[in-house]
Design a protein around this ligand. Structure first.
Ligand code: ZN
Length: 496
């Protein structure tokens, strides 16, 4: 019995050994003679990720044109690009992508509106992958196009901007042309609707910085505030005349402030139009506040800035605009101690720095007979089926100057374009009112060039501001303004 059992076990072991040997031989055969063929087939067709798509809420322009979320194509496969804006990169901002992270945190806004509205834009959106089969030459085997949409459809989240896609696009091309031709460091252009404060264009070209929300010395643009404060206080009127010898005395030192022996006897509108420095020093002296001993302890124009909450020196308003960087905000000194300080403040130099968007807000308020409209960039947020109209959330109305003062300033601003520093630009001359500015830079670099104004001068609709960082003079700022005004006239047939 035991012997028989042992025999059976031996037979079974022999059988198993035989099968094992046979399988091994087959395997060796395949490895030696077939495997090269298999490997080639596998290499010919490799399944892999062609593109990772990071889903996100999208941005639309004021008319519903997509700024992000446009269909793009990679190797004949269409997909929706939620990240790269077609225009307005300086507004939409950047995102940081963590390719190792496959959760909703894989994409995060790090600047611009992508940062400000990251929570809304990224809410429960996972990245997805466009897979494809490639041949040995890495070409995609599958032909035609696959339109891939995320299951959670981030297009349901939409942020509608106040920006006008077409005008933004035109402005960006225009600024880029000037940057390429002249090699400017930065150019900013802000266009807004005077009645609503809505920003239609906010363009910046040159460096990666959005120069529309970076502060620069405003130069003679600040004469608008100086003149406005003196008019408001009844210290001057449109008939006041001044005498410009071209020379002034600052703290015992003679200084030449107007060329060729000065402007002589000059009226306020003329002095404003030609930007006479000696006149504005005289006006700012009137605005100084002194103690009983005659020491300068303050200045009405600087107090006006503080009253309007525009960057006080000691306590600057950080992040006052949605796109601001931590280190960029309006910056206005709150003290003047001597004649040199008075002169610098009158000319918007020294410790006064304003962002182009703030200068534009000031211009818009004057064109609107005093009413300050805070700049608005978001029109509507549509998320999870909820519509939030942000136009309704406007803070209480503030005024910059009385209607009478604004009307007087409008006369002065128009003169600049009729017979003053901006009169050589044809379309500006015909339609606009505004003020040029050339601001001395802090570190003795080239001056910044400014032009800020509104149009049409007789029925104000738009406020627009151009800044050229180290633009040397205001000449090209006026030129860019004129070019952009020509473009706007093509789009807005109501002006004429
Ligand atoms: Zn002068």
């Amino acid at each position: 019995m035991i012997e028989l059992q042992n025999k059976r076990i031996k037979t079974f072991i022999k059988f198993v050994f035989f099968i094992f040997t046979l399988l091994s031989l087959i395997l060796i055969y395949r490895m030696l003679f077939v495997s090269s063929k298999l490997t080639t087939t596998m290499a010919n067709q490799q399944l892999g990720v062609i593109k990772t798509v990071y889903t996100r809420g999208i941005f639309l322009d004021r008319n519903g044109i997509k700024i992000t979320g446009n269909v793009k194509s990679v190797e004949n496969i269409n997909y929706i690009d939620y990240i790269n804006p077609a225009v307005a990169k300086c507004i939409v901002g950047d995102v940081k992508i963590d390719t190792k992270d496959t959760t909703t945190n894989s994409v995060k806004g790090v600047s611009g509106l992508n940062k400000a509205y990251n929570d809304i834009l990224s809410a429960s959106q996972y990245p997805f992958y466009i897979m494809g089969i490639r041949d040995a030459r890495s070409n995609i085997v599958s032909s035609g196009s696959a339109f891939i949409k995320s299951a959670s459809d981030p297009a349901n989240t939409q942020i509608t901007l106040t920006i006008d896609y077409n005008l933004q696009s035109e402005a960006e091309k225009l600024l880029q042309k000037y940057v390429d031709e002249k090699g400017y460091k930065n150019i900013a252009l802000v266009l807004s609707d005077i009645k609503t404060g809505e920003i239609l264009v906010l363009a910046s070209k040159g460096s990666y910085l959005n120069s529309a929300v970076v502060s620069y010395q405003p130069g003679s643009v600040f004469k608008i505030i100086t003149a406005g404060c003196a008019l408001e206080a009844g210290l001057i009127n449109l008939d006041t005349t001044f005498n410009c010898t071209g020379q002034i005395t600052l703290d015992g030192k003679e200084k030449t402030v107007c060329k060729n022996g000065g402007h002589g006897k000059i009226t306020l509108p003329k002095a404003f139009a030609v930007s006479c420095n000696s006149t504005f020093y005289a006006i700012n002296k009137m605005l100084n506040i002194t103690d009983e001993k005659g020491n300068i302890i303050g200045n009405m124009a600087l107090n006006k800035m503080a009253e309007l909450n525009i960057g006080t020196y000691k306590n600057p308003v950080k992040n006052s605009f949605i796109l601001n960087y931590d280190y960029s905000y309006d910056f206005v000194t709150d003290k003047i101690y001597n004649q040199t300080g008075t002169f610098n403040a009158a000319l918007g130099q020294g410790d006064i720095q304003l962002m182009p968007i703030t200068v534009n807000k000031i211009m818009s308020a004057i064109a609107g007979n005093g009413i300050i409209k805070e700049p608005v960039l978001i029109k509507e947020i549509n998320t999870l089926g909820l519509k939030q109209n942000l136009q309704q959330i406007q803070s209480e109305e503030k005024t910059i100057f009385s209607e009478k003062t604004c009307k007087d300033l409008q006369v002065l601003l128009r003169q600049v374009c009729v017979s003053g520093t901006a009169s050589s630009a044809k379309t500006v001359n015909k339609y606009a009112a505004g003020k040029t500015g050339t601001a001395e830079n802090v570190d003795n670099k080239s001056c910044h060039g400014w032009f800020t104004g509104y149009f049409p001068y007789d029925n104000p609709k738009y406020a627009m501001t151009v800044l050229i960082e180290e633009g040397k003079s205001s000449y090209n700022a006026v030129k860019i303004y004129n070019d952009m005004l020509d473009i706007i006239l093509k789009y807005d047939k109501d002006i004429n």
